[in-house]
Write a protein that binds this ligand. Sequence first.
Ligand SMILES: Cc1cc2nc3c(=O)[nH]c(=O)nc-3n(C[C@H](O)[C@H](O)[C@H](O)COP(=O)(O)OP(=O)(O)OC[C@H]3O[C@@H](n4cnc5c(N)ncnc54)[C@H](O)[C@@H]3O)c2cc1C
Length: 495
Amino acid sequence: MSKALLCPCEDVTTEEVDHAIAKGFKDVESVKRYTGFGTGMCQGKQCLTAVARHLCQQKAIAPAQVVPFTPRPPLFPTELSHWASLPLDPTEAPPQGVPPALGLSSHALRPTEPVPSRAKIVIIGGGVMGLSLAWHLAGQGETDVVVLEKGYLCAGASGRNGGGVRMQWGTRTNIALAKRSIQIMKGFARELGINVWLRQGGYLFLARTEQIAKRLEASARLHHEHGVKTQLLTPDAAREVVPQLDIAGVKLAAFNKDDGVIFPWPFVWGYAQGCVQKGVKVETFTSVTGFTQSGGKVTSVKTDRGDIACDTVVLATGAWSPPLAAMLGVKLPNEPHRHEICSSEPLKPFLGPLVSVLDSGLYFSQSMRGEIVGGMGDPLEPAQMRLGSTSRFLARYGRAITELMPNLSRLKILRQWSGPYDVTPDNSPILGRTPGLENLLQLSGFVGHGFMMAPAVTERMARWMATGESDELFERFNLQRFADGRLEREDMIIG
Ligand SMILES: Cc1cc2nc3c(=O)[nH]c(=O)nc-3n(C[C@H](O)[C@H](O)[C@H](O)COP(=O)(O)OP(=O)(O)OC[C@H]3O[C@@H](n4cnc5c(N)ncnc54)[C@H](O)[C@@H]3O)c2cc1C
């Protein structure tokens, strides 16, 4: 059997691109994510034109609709030792990012037909939150639902994250939610027919200070009460889990073997495809531009493809939520913070767990494709809706990861990107009703851990919405708590 390669690095054939088209992935960004073309050593320099031409030849898109994928730095695959040796002023603020170029209303792929004129429930935001809520609502028999997404699927934080899933949390609620999410994730392929590459290699937290060591000890006690078998390890014992670690300065480690990583993109697509199969409408490249309201209720959602009258609106726009809420006169306390992340050339599988130094916010894991995917928060990053990548990040990350794993110093970084953390004053989400606008529901503020919370939180939210049964989650975590001073603090935050 012959095969025609479009992307030699990643072995992507014409048949695979045709398969992506048949699945509805027709724009270059989505086909890149679905097939993996352009993500290998040539960084897309050789294959982008070939794939774009093939999409046009197959009439998936017209030539005028070809929008190339966003180029990702670095310019060439570059070793971590190089990044680690860059001069770095730890007190200097990171260079300003760029405003996200997502879902411009002039996007070539924006459908020309209007959106439905009415729906019972409109969910704004087609990230993991909006789509998983729509999926669970359909499971409750609610299919008169429209999801509005201003970009392509995976355009927001849901397509830009590290895919880490862990039960090691600092509050009972998050432990319980994460446990349930991981249970749902295990059945995802069976239920939604797509492989999300869940790999339970564990999470290994490292503490370099007494304060963080105490936090690991306290949360491990809580884990045991909830049946999560977190082990507290000496630095030497941590080396038995990851033998390549340089444990100098490490005081304590915490390891739960049942934590792990997933591949975020198929997770988002799986929910989207499942929704569509159940009759939910998922409208991509469709921006919400305003609302009408009357009598303390939102009556319709305005989009760049027309207005939708509705009974209920769910704001699931992650870090973009505050400006949308402001259109309705609602003030949300969430702040967007750029978080940078990168991916390396592939290595043979050697790293079991996701490793995180809780003191510095460094984290990294090995994906099923062999890449080392990791990031590190920057305490000097200001609150702003800006994305883009910096060499400062790679310098900080390069130093931190090669200090901990010196044998990675020759590893080459292939791609870096960033996404917005959706940060709230207590690091916990904003859920449920909005004071003054009863039919506006909040579903945002998941900081840097919303991916792993989405399945469990939206399962409960769909039940709460469809049945009217009370659920303390949507009282305790409501927007009103900030005005009441009832904070729900979570401190096991990476980054
Ligand atoms: C670098 C990084 C690493 C992370 N690592 C992890 C991790 O390891 N594990 C984990 O669980 N979580 C992680 N997270 C967090 C996780 O990605 C998010 O919490 C989660 O994806 C939030 O999902 P969401 O649906 O709320 O938001 P998003 O995925 O951001 O979706 C919101 C959507 O709303 C759309 N939108 C905005 N404005 C409009 C409008 N006007 N009209 C229509 N649509 C609009 C946006 O385009 C976007 O797609 C990470 C995040 C980042 C940035």
